[in-house]
Design a protein around this ligand. Structure first.
Ligand code: F6R
Ligand code: MG
Ligand code: MG
Length: 362
């Protein structure tokens, strides 16, 4: 059977209201355009969603990684979305489109993208995660827990088909180099890197036999643009079951509202709150950062679903925990550790302040 590719391509092309959510007209436009491409046969299926002010296009097709036509289609949708955003004067219209013209591939142009080409198994449960008000390092801890931590994933211990462990590709985002690491053999080295989640980002996870298991988006809009244009708000694709972590093992890491970078002005630490799509509208101090999870069964490339995976009462405590942590850490105001260290902030105000104070330093 032909391979199927899942492409999750996203951009913030205008917020409603401010940076807090998505105007329904943008979702409707994306649905309409993707439907036309589906009818013409370019794509197999699609689902449009949003997390906060980010428009997430979930697409299945048979054209493989980095396909020009698929990326151009997504780019055109973001352009149309930008036009609507301009008409309605939505906030930051076109903010993630860093170039005026498309050039072959959305990578480097602003939108975030995670893709996975796979041979559909007898049954293929996948979960698409999308986040707002944080950076791609946010996936490091949950991916480690899913694929390498027996306290999260009991399958690593008791399922013979998982007992060999997994392979992690880790990207150094400053050097733009990738290192391949094995779990459990390399876990201390692996943690040494991915614990620095603003520097090293897990890009892909594979089974030891090479089967692709997870893939993340690794763009850093702020690095690409060389100036602050907004957090990159990552997405991730994870396959589940039958020798991979079970759906519940993939979901389990999010039962803890762990800390991620982002939130207000991309310059704060905040708790990662797992929410249903309906609650993915970060409002308090532009946050706290949100994550949604949509589950699908693939059927010959058709996206059967979605199931809104965090619309489950068993995440109520994580949301409560996130609200309590948000309350506590907010009270630090402009002080670290609520505010990020200078090196990780998306604002570079210090040089201006130092320049102004130059003559007053004695
Ligand atoms: C964070 C984010 C928002 C903005 C903030 C200020 O990723 O997008 O928190 O940084 O609302 O936005 P401006 O500078 O556009 O007024
Ligand atoms: Mg925005
Ligand atoms: Mg956003």
């Amino acid at each position: 059977m032909d391979k199927i590719t899942i492409s999750v391509i996203k951009a913030d092309v205008g917020g409603y209201v401010g940076h807090s959510s998505m105007h329904p007209n943008l979702v409707a436009k994306a649905n309409q355009m993707l439907d036309e491409h589906k009818k013409k046969g370019l794509i197999v299926d699609f689902h449009v969603t949003h997390c906060g002010d980010d428009l997430d296009l979930i697409i299945t097709h048979r054209h493989g990684y980095d396909n020009g036509e698929i990326h151009k289609m997504a780019w055109d949708i973001f352009i149309e979305g930008t036009n609507i955003a301009k008409e309605l004067k939505l906030y930051g219209a076109g903010q993630d489109l860093l170039s005026d013209a498309f050039s072959g591939n959305v990578k480097g142009l602003g939108p975030g993208c995670s893709e996975m080409e796979l041979e559909e198994r007898k049954s293929e449960p996948v979960i698409i995660f999308a986040a707002d008000k944080t950076s791609p390092g946010a996936w490091n801890m949950p991916l480690y827990k899913m694929f390498a931590d027996p306290f999260n994933t009991i399958g690593l211990v008791i399922d013979p088909s998982m007992h060999d462990g997994f392979i992690f590709d880790v990207l150094d985002i400053f050097e733009n180099k990738t290192v391949r690491m094995n779990s459990p053999e390399d876990i201390y080295d692996l943690l040494c890197l991915i614990g620095a989640s603003e520097h090293y980002i897990i890009k892909n996870v594979f089974k030891k036999d090479g089967l692709i298991a997870a893939s993340t988006s690794t763009q850093r809009v702020n690095l690409m643009a060389g100036r602050y244009v907004g957090k990159d708000d990552p997405v991730m694709i994870v396959r589940c079951q039958s020798g991979l972590p079970a759906v519940g093992e993939v979901m389990e890491p999010f039962a803890m509202a762990y800390m991620v970078t982002g939130w207000m002005r991309g310059s704060h630490w905040g708790p990662f709150m797992p929410v249903s799509v309906n609650d993915a509208n970060p409002t308090r101090f532009d946050g706290p950062p949100r994550v949604i999870a949509l589950g699908f069964q693939l059927a010959n490339g058709m996206l059967i679903g979605p199931r809104d995976m965090f619309a489950d009462v068993s995440y109520d405590l994580a949301r409560q925990e996130a609200n309590e942590i948000a309350n506590y850490i907010r009270r630090h105001g402009p002080f670290e550790p609520q505010r990020l260290p200078l090196s990780d902030m998306e604002y570079t105000t210090l040089p201006h302040v130092l320049k102004k104070l130059k003559d007053r330093f004695k």
